[in-house]
Design a binder for this molecule. Structure first.
Ligand code: GLC
Length: 494
């Protein structure tokens, strides 16, 4: 079978099975993204406005501060992402800078639901999963109206009599709450920026820089219903996707506060699993600047198997490796993102964190590692990845989840022009003695004694309408597809 045929054969069954999946919960960070399309002209204007010269801009990019105290820091982060083609999110440290940016940046092109939980909730509800339970720290009107108007998308809420109800967020009658936009600065591939004598950049990749000021999410505030009735929620779902640790702010909470917040989530997960031992917990990473937060998360992963699965992108892979003590590998990858080391890193993470599943959604090639005890038919794992790639392609092309995959697949045979990372991975696996494999380039399968490795050449979209949220689309869709296929597989096995 060619990759085009694999792609063509993967999605009908999954679309059907998804509507049979009972439920998924997604927590914890939901917000409104204000999407601003930047180009070299608007960036240059901004550089002028905050008064940076080319030398200091260059030096500050090299330092990569990772936080925004003053408007100039925003410009530094944005320019760094433009130059290097890397995605990053920096937290804004004060109210004054946040308001300066809102008042001085170009007017947003659109407002969309944001945060891992928000984005994933809408996507999964669109696929017709029977119930998608979403968590949100606050419900300002503008955010409420960005949730899909679908019966299967609900939040748990106590009615006036104190009874727990599951209701679409748009149906709730509550007072408006404070709204904090996440500023999503999108930049386009091949845009060129010339500044002074020294700066001549060509943006290598469609990408975004995120600036966030969001006090409720900085504190990882948890809704009452999730705290008090997590057992009831657990009963209704097969999968629980969690995220939001990346926004925890040490300045606000102190080290003890941070530990407390992470422990709160861990104990919720523990209670949910106790109630329903088969519940599958997935942690979706988001680039985290605070090493202490990372240490705490992985300390928990090691000791108690709180998460069964982790999903991340290239940047987060490096951060995760650093946090679990694989500093050399992380540094090597930081210098040169070679697929040999990427695969090694993915396997190390599974071993050290005792994971059942690990999914890297890198640009052009997804890698999934599944422990053999947890694996189902290998084709089913691989098909769920192809399905996720189709969903992300459609989202990148249209901004929506329309499920018109036949139209996408009618396009020229993109899947036969393998991306560079897939080719490089295939070359390495084929030549290596470490992996058991046959025809990896054609089927994407390899093995170690403990793990099944699946990889696919993912579809690359030339001019995405925006890039924010594509990683979340891939992770949540692949996971949901796998849970749905697993359900069918287990039923057939009985
Ligand atoms: C982070 C950002 C959020 C964005 C999301 C996309 O959570 O805070 O604004 O929508 O990433 O993945």
């Amino acid at each position: 079978m060619s990759w085009s045929q694999i792609y063509n054969s993967c999605y009908q069954e999954i679309l059907k099975e998804l509507t049979r999946l009972d439920g998924i919960a997604v927590g914890f960070n939901t917000n409104v993204d204000a999407i601003i399309e930047f180009n070299s002209t608007t960036i240059l204007e901004l550089i002028g406005k905050v008064g940076l010269d080319s030398l200091s801009l260059y030096e500050r990019i090299l330092k990569w501060k990772g936080a925004i105290d003053k408007p100039a820091d925003f410009v530094v982060g944005l320019c760094g992402c433009f130059e290097k083609g890397k995605a990053s999110e920096w937290l804004i440290q004060n109210d004054e800078t946040y308001h300066y940016l809102l008042n001085n940046l170009p007017i947003p092109n659109s407002f969309r639901i944001g945060g891992q939980a928000g984005i994933m909730a809408n996507i999964l509800a669109e696929f017709g999963i029977q119930q998608v339970i979403v968590h949100t720290a606050t419900l300002p009107y503008q955010l409420t109206n960005l949730f899909l108007k679908k019966k299967n998308l609900v939040i748990p809420y106590y009615d006036k009599k104190g009874k727990l109800t599951f209701i679409n967020p748009r149906k709730l009658k509550i007072k408006d709450q404070p709204l904090y936009f996440h500023i999503i600065a999108e930049v386009k591939r091949n845009d060129t920026l010339h500044f002074g004598d020294t700066i001549k950049w060509k943006c290598p990749r469609d990408n975004r820089f995120i600036a966030t000021y969001d006090p409720p999410n900085f504190e990882l505030q948890i809704m009452d219903a999730f705290q008090k009735d997590i057992e009831v929620i657990a009963e209704r779902i097969s999968g629980f996707i969690i995220s939001g640790f990346h926004m925890l702010e040490q300045k606000r909470l102190g080290k003890t506060g941070l530990i407390e917040k992470i422990d709160t989530i861990v104990s919720l997960v523990e209670r949910a699993k106790k109630q329903k031992p088969s519940l599958f917990i997935h942690l979706e990473l988001s680039s985290t600047k605070n090493d202490f937060v990372l240490d705490q998360i992985y300390k928990n992963s090691k000791t108690g198997e709180y998460w069964d699965s982790i999903g991340c992108n290239e940047r987060e892979l490096i951060e995760l490796l650093r946090a679990i003590g694989e500093k050399k590998l992380a540094n090597d990858l930081n210098k040169d993102f070679q697929q040999e080391n990427v695969l090694l890193g993915c396997l190390k993470i599974c071993e050290k964190l005792n994971l059942k599943r690990f999914h890297l959604h890198q640009f052009g090639c997804y890698i999934l590692i599944v422990s053999k005890e947890h694996a189902i038919d290998r084709e089913l794992h691989r098909n769920s990845l192809c399905f996720a790639s189709l969903a992300a392609t459609e989202k990148a092309l249209t901004g929506e989840i329309l499920q018109a995959y036949d139209l996408i697949l009618e396009q020229p045979a993109f899947t036969e022009k393998f991306s560079k990372p897939f080719r490089e991975l295939a070359k390495h696996i084929t030549a290596s003695e470490t992996y058991i494999k046959a025809n990896f380039i054609l089927n994407g399968f390899a093995e170690t004694p403990e793990y099944l490795i699946c990889a696919i050449p993912s579809i690359i979209v030339d001019k995405p309408v925006f890039t924010v949220g594509l990683g979340d689309t891939i992770s949540s869709t692949a996971l949901a597809a796998e849970l749905a296929l697993r359900k069918k597989y287990m039923k057939n096995k009985k």
